[in-house]
Design a protein around this ligand. Structure first.
Ligand code: FES
Length: 110
């Protein structure tokens, strides 16, 4: 089991679960406008601790092409492991959008 911490509140999630889904399933308000396909960057998070050292190739490509490599990570392309203390950067409540976006699939698309 992984431990996820958001705003000082912790919960557990299975190892290997997509971080975006762990956050959504916990009821945390976070956008995922492209449905977890590394296209929108609205699922962005920063890490206080526990940031994965490696990038999924699609996450890295999107962050590089958008000039955001090193600024934040894409929670739709990160898998839960260890203890991750994260900050959610884009919430539905902070936008005028009607919904957070399509729910990402259980697995990162190949
Ligand atoms: S980049 Fe769109 S949901 Fe992650």
């Amino acid at each position: 089991m992984a431990t996820i911490i958001v705003n000082g509140k912790s919960f557990t999630a299975p190892d290997g679960k997509r971080l975006i889904l762990a956050l959504v399933d916990e009821g945390i308000d976070i956008l995922h406008r492209c449905g977890g396909n590394a296209r929108c960057t609205t699922c962005r998070v920063t890490f206080n601790s526990g940031e994965p050292q490696s990038y999924h190739p699609r996450e890295q490509a999107k962050l590089e092409s958008s000039g955001n490599l090193g600024k934040f990570r894409l929670s739709c392309h990160i898998l839960c492991e260890g203890t991750m203390d994260v900050n959610v950067l884009q919430s539905l409540a902070s936008t005028g959008l009607p919904d957070p976006g399509p729910l990402p699939a259980a697995e990162i698309p190949v």
